[in-house]
Design a binder for this molecule. Structure first.
Ligand code: SF4
Length: 208
């Protein structure tokens, strides 16, 4: 187990030889050497530098959407995949318009693309909204496959469900970033539950 989430010192962020706490991941393992070797790859180095430059240049000024365009610019990306949930189709159109206005080519794919019936991949009736008849499944592997076929340079995920997003990340070949994480209850702001976990959402820590 490693204890970063409970660390009181964060000495890793201060440099120098400060004493690390017990449970600090830096006390053991090969992981850091492995990671540092990966940063020697030109593409990884360019991504890390571009991300850092976006972070500092637009710090607390650029919205995430603007940061995405700035990052894609610095990376010389041209083709951007937009994998979105049908529940956010209006937002997807605005995002696609924005990216197009910034000079990118947008390859967009809704979650239900392919029109595959949930039952066809063995999703049982109790896990569908309708017990009978056609119900399109979310098709994140299909979304990723489409992006791969169009050879997107960069993908943006907009509101894919928990788990569906995991499948998209697993199958997408281009680097991917998230514009919005779906939370149907909290207007796609999942951290609201965390911010209110001592009050209205204290049930998070109650027995379930
Ligand atoms: S890496 Fe070590 S020092 Fe840094 S937050 Fe984690 S436990 Fe704390």
């Amino acid at each position: 187990m490693t204890i970063c989430a409970w660390c009181e010192t964060l000495v890793c962020g201060k440099g120098g030889e400060a004493r690390r706490p017990a449970g600090c991941p830096q006390n053991r393992g090969e992981w850091l050497d492995i990671a540092l070797r990966e940063y020697e790859l030109e593409q990884n180095r360019k991504m890390a530098r571009s991300a850092a430059d976006v972070e500092t240049t637009g710090y607390c000024r650029w919205t995430r959407l603007e940061e995405m365009a700035q990052f894609a610019d610095r990376m010389n990306f041209e083709r951007i995949g937009l994998a979105f949930c049908s529940g956010l189709r209006r937002e997807a159109r605005i995002v696609a318009d924005f990216l197009t206005s910034r000079g990118f080519r947008v390859i967009s794919a809704v979650c239900s693309c392919g029109g595959v019936h949930k039952g066809d991949i063995g999703i049982p009736p109790e896990s569908r909204f309708r017990r009978e008849g056609f119900e399109a499944m979310c098709n994140p592997i299909g979304q990723a496959s489409l992006m791969n076929e169009y050879e997107t340079d960069f993908n943006i995920v907009l509101g894919l469900c928990v788990g569906h997003d995991s499948l998209f990340f697993r199958y997408a070949e281009a680097p991917t970033s998230v514009l919005a994480a779906k939370d149907r209850v909290l207007a796609h702001n999942p951290l609201a539950a965390v911010y209110l976990s001592k009050s209205y959402y204290r049930r998070l820590f109650e027995d379930v």
